[in-house]
Design a protein around this ligand. Sequence first.
Ligand code: TSJ
Length: 656
Amino acid sequence: MAGEYSVKDIKVLEGLEAVRARPGMYIGSTAQRGLHHMLWEIVDNAVDEAMAGFADTIKVTLNRDNSITVDDNGRGIPVGIHEKLGISGVEVVYTKLHAGGKFDDGSYAYSGGLHGVGASVVNALSRFVIVEVFTNGREYRQEFHSYENSEGKMVSGEPKTPLLEIGRTRKRGTKVTFLPDDRVFESIVVSFDIVSKRLRELSYLNRGTKFIVEDNRSRGETKSKEFLYNGGICDFVKELNIGKTPLYPEPIYISGSSGGIIVEASMQHCDDYSECILSYVNNIPTTEGGTHETGFKTAITKVLNDYCRRVGVLKAKDNSLSGDDFREGLTAVLSIRMKNVQFEGQTKTRLGNTEAKMAVEIVTQELLSAYIEDLKNADVANCIADKAIKAAKAKEAARKAKNLAREKSKLENAPLVGKLSSCTGRNAEENELFIVEGDSAGGSAKQGRDRRFQAILPLRGKPLNVEKKQIAHVMQNEEFRSIITAVGTGIGSDFTIGTLKYNKVIILSDADQDGAHIRAILLTFFYRYMRQLIIDGHVYIGMPPLYKVQKGSEIRYAYSDAELSSITKGMKGYTLQRYKGLGEMNPSQLWETTMNPENRTLIRVTLDDIADAERMITVLMGDKVPPRREYISEHADFNREDSFSGRTDINGGIDG
Ligand code: TSJ
């Protein structure tokens, strides 16, 4: 069998060896993200089949040996011999770099993969891949493997068998099982939660396709979840609005295409003041937005201003309302499909294609206008117009209040940030702002810090819960005023990252429920009013120790219960102090354990998943009790790990 493959596969295998040599180039990283990326590459192929209308069920199975099976009930990867390459379709997909299951540029060009690298990369980075195809009453199977040969050289993604006809079957579809290579990845254990979240998102974005995840890894019990939304992105919007009060019962839905770009959007306003637009290109979240989102917003502003003028809510002499006014309280999901996607931005999650702006603007303008102008929808249109007028008035009132405050502070010549202890250094790149819970901890932090680059802003008591508050209200709040002034960027539509005064903004609160609440309020504030600060990775959570272990003159600190037991294991005659708050540490202890860049641990707050963050924030910080109770009873466990999952959903990662 070996001889049969040797000649024609030489080139192919060289290709896959390149993937082995530099996996990061193909899947981003070899950490958890990269591992899951492998799975998404495979799932994307099945999603393509569903989008083409040939499959309606996709299942991901997590197996005991850490291998993963993905199957669909579509037409099956073509088993015929590829005309030019002389090998089966299955083998093309798995051994040709960039073949990725797309045989021509026709109906399959919309597939997702972040890098779009395809199944061959997954093959190159797996110990084995087994492909089973069920089609035309027959079952086929081919295996691939990666191994170290007798000369100690890695052979990657080599066919172990040819494509074999196994027998007869009544099934239809493709089934792929692969074992990520533990010689490549830091860990090969896939997260059930991450898979569930992504499949749920995919099921919203691909209406009518059932996604199943099944976890068979723990002995005796199988965990599984199923996602199927016949309402597609409208169901998504409804779900995001759980815990809020919609102004009209059904989300607006539009779907059309222009210039070969398929556009789909759903939107619904609620009685609160936040704006949440989730956008996707080819099922990939565009966290940083981009051209499609711009086109969407432009069209909404235009259509709704036109409506307001036509019905006389705006008179000839009135200025048009701003986009912000129409987006106050708006939840929307925008999903487009297009070819040759270009990503830009800090995290490569902003769409750059200019043609996308045009297409979305044209489709949205036409279809939203048809919806709004339809007499059947007069109530909806009036609700939106009403809401926008109120928003504009509130903004005007806020502007006046702000000017007043500015005049006043000019008069008194009092700096707004009375409590801030700034640092002496002027290099924003190096500077850090610690927002510290409580005056006493604030005092310790001031004495303990390195004043050359660390500034301290103590917070007295609990800050205002900004969720459900209008921006004007937030700006009148003294605590937030001092934060806004200290950070230097401005907020909301005035935000500019260029004037940021600190590279790191670090939240330092106690390791108890109150501390978790304060942290949640502050994160909500940054998420709602300075989101870019989070997206660009400037927001951190400081981690004070939970315990001090002292034996004689030797002192050690433990940051978790696990660390405490490992420190005290076998130790005799020590004293243990549990820190209930930051205030219990003296300045030098606080510096040593929590502020000194040499020793401290910071958690960087990241925003992978806006849908998730939105859900968590409205549920935890909003004013409706039942959903909050539900969420807390699902997640509550106020131990260390979990008080940190207060920041999660806005997901964290450790940074030295
Ligand atoms: F690529 C892959 F191996 F990763 C993979 C492909 C993995 C999984 C789970 C599913 C698939 C897959 C591919 N499912 N369905 C298909 N369909 C095709 O490849 C296909 C079938 C028929 C035709 C046709 O034109 O007749 C075209 C294609 C692309």
